[in-house]
Design a protein around this ligand. Structure first.
Ligand code: PHE
Length: 529
């Protein structure tokens, strides 16, 4: 009997679900990416903008994904299939427009893009909103393939820390070491293989004894390790300069680009826009309060990101380094910092282990989206889905892993991409990263909010959200803030300013609009100051 014929597995407890979903959200995005983009965007003020994006866009969209998942008890494709009406004018309109854009590109000899858009538009026309779910499953492949490569680097660095090889005297030495390491195919592919294997084993074990069990262990470990690192960081002499950079906002350092970067990162860091949260929502039962769950997940994710910054910036400043080193911040600057403090190798090992733990709980959520799709829709067994797609993603990731060294080894792929798209920016690794972070996730987020706001309907979604959250959504916001939620005197009258109405307005207007602007900007169709 295949898994799909058995009752769908559910999280065994509310805490287990929240830790697993927070585990998906907390990852390389928080500990590797958030500090380095904060460093590049001037510190404190950027942090505030990021927090606003999480609250205004991230939270409402997360609630949509959870509601869709729990309502349908399905993977993203299944969820859209179940909720999409027989015919949707909006989907036909969008599909038609995409086909038209594709045809318009052909006379400009943009054959690759043209044909791709015609096919995509045709699919949207034919399959309507289900394409959004399919794009999510596809994003699972793209993201996990390069995510696993970076996670593999952390495995390599744990080994180096334990064997005492991270003894760099200057950042230059550390940078050249890092460069050699990631361009060595044996190391890069070997470590990537180990990471994929770990993901496969956990996902293979299933929802309760795999994902939930390990998240419950790994998330608290992560938290404790971070606390230890923060204490070490802020007690270094000269650390206060870092704390100030990080926590004191200077709005003169913020521009449009920083705002949009913060918005894009809000999606990535909360695992939104590709159905990971939908899938996890499908394992939630109706007794749980989705409002509180999304608050806790986003809250934990934000807390860990803020803590990661607090662990990193004081240490960077204490050693007299600049915070704007870019993506190498974690791999190049930190080992040098650790090398100058007592028990440096131990701290380095702890730090990279932490990064691995965070990456692992996110990696399994990416693989779970694909696995759930094949179990639900294609009646595969869990074992078969995990093994087959773990291997497929491993192979795809190998291309990313070796591409960092240059295109020489995979010249055929370069030629193919150039033939189809005209030009290629960066390595294959960059292509995968760019494709998912700048295209798939924002578009996914946009269409999820449009779908819930206008097609499935906020009314239906709210009916689902109300299960397990009693009148939480219907209390006047001021009574809620005042702690008078359960006071009948305050709840008896008809209320307009409720969480439910606020959420509806955000989902129908504010999130789609903000994401559309951000999307046009990131792909270069819109220039702002
Ligand atoms: N949220 C994860 C991180 O911050 C990445 C991720 C994106 C995971 C999308 C799942 C889906 O690292």
């Amino acid at each position: 009997m295949s898994d799909s014929q058995q009752a769908r597995e559910h999280w065994s407890s509310n805490l287990g679900f929240i830790l697993a979903a927070a585990g998906s959200a907390v990852g390389l995005g928080n500990i590797w990416k958030f500090p380095y983009i904060t460093g590049q965007n001037g510190g404190g003020a950027f942090v505030l903008v990021y927090l606003a994006c999480i609250a205004v866009i991230g939270l409402p969209v997360m609630l949509c994904e959870l509601a869709m998942g729990r309502r349908t008890q399905k993977n993203p494709v299944g969820a859209f299939k179940k909720l999409t009406p027989a015919s949707s004018t909006l989907a036909h309109l969008i599909g038609g427009l995409v086909v038209l854009t594709g045809f318009c590109l052909l006379p400009f000899q943009q054959y690759g893009w043209g044909v791709m858009m015609v096919l995509l538009g045709g699919a949207i026309f034919r399959y309507s909103w289900v394409v959004v779910g399919a794009m999510g499953v596809l994003a699972g492949f793209t993201i996990l393939s390069f995510y696993s490569v970076v996670a593999g680097w952390t495995i390599g660095y744990i080994w180096k820390a334990v064997t005492g090889q991270l003894n760099f005297s200057t950042v230059e030495v550390a940078a050249s070491h890092f460069g050699h390491f990631i361009t060595n195919p044996g190391w890069a592919i070997g470590c990537h293989a180990i990471f994929m294997l770990l993901c496969m084993v956990i996902v293979y074990k299933g929802v309760q004894s795999g994902i939930e069990y390990w998240s419950k262990i790994l998330m608290p470990v992560l938290f404790l390790l971070l606390v230890a690192l923060i204490i070490r960081g802020v007690t270094l002499p000269g650390a206060m300069a870092g704390v100030e950079f990080y926590l004191k906002p200077d709005f003169s350092k913020i521009n449009t680009n920083s705002v949009l970067q913060a918005l894009g990162h809000a999606f990535f860091t909360l695992s939104l826009g590709m159905g990971a949260i939908t899938t996890y929502g499908s394992y939630v039962d109706r007794k749980q309060n989705l409002f509180l769950a999304s608050l806790s997940i986003a809250g934990l994710d934000t807390l860990i990101a803020l803590m990661a910054g607090l662990a990193i910036f004081p240490a960077v400043f204490a050693q007299g380094f600049q915070p704007n080193a870019g993506p190498g911040l974690v791999f190049q600057v930190l080992p040098t910092v650790f090398n100058q403090i007592p028990l440096g190798s131990l701290w380095a090992a702890i730090f990279f282990f932490l990064l691995l733990v965070a990456a692992l709980t996110s990696g399994i959520s990416l693989l779970e989206v694909i696995t759930a799709y094949f179990i639900d829709e294609k009646q595969w067994s869990r074992a078969r889905a995990t093994i087959v797609f773990g291997i497929v993603i491993f192979l795809l990731g190998c291309l990313s892993a070796v591409s960092v060294a240059g295109w020489e080894n995979i010249e055929w792929l370069h030629r193919l991409l150039v033939a189809v798209f005209g030009s290629v920016k960066g390595s294959f690794f960059d292509v995968m990263d760019n494709l998912s972070s700048n295209w798939m996730l924002p578009l996914g987020g946009l269409f999820i909010s449009l779908f819930v706001g206008w097609i499935w309907g906020t009314k239906n979604a709210m009916a689902e959200i109300r299960h397990g959250s009693a009148n939480f959504a219907d209390v006047h916001l001021f009574s809620l803030l005042a702690g008078l939620k359960d006071d009948q005197a305050y709840n008896a009258e008809f209320h307009v300013l409720t969480l439910a109405s606020l959420w509806g307005v955000f989902i129908r207007f504010i999130s789609p609009f903000a994401v559309l602007i951000a999307f046009f900007y990131t792909v270069g169709w819109l220039k702002l100051s």
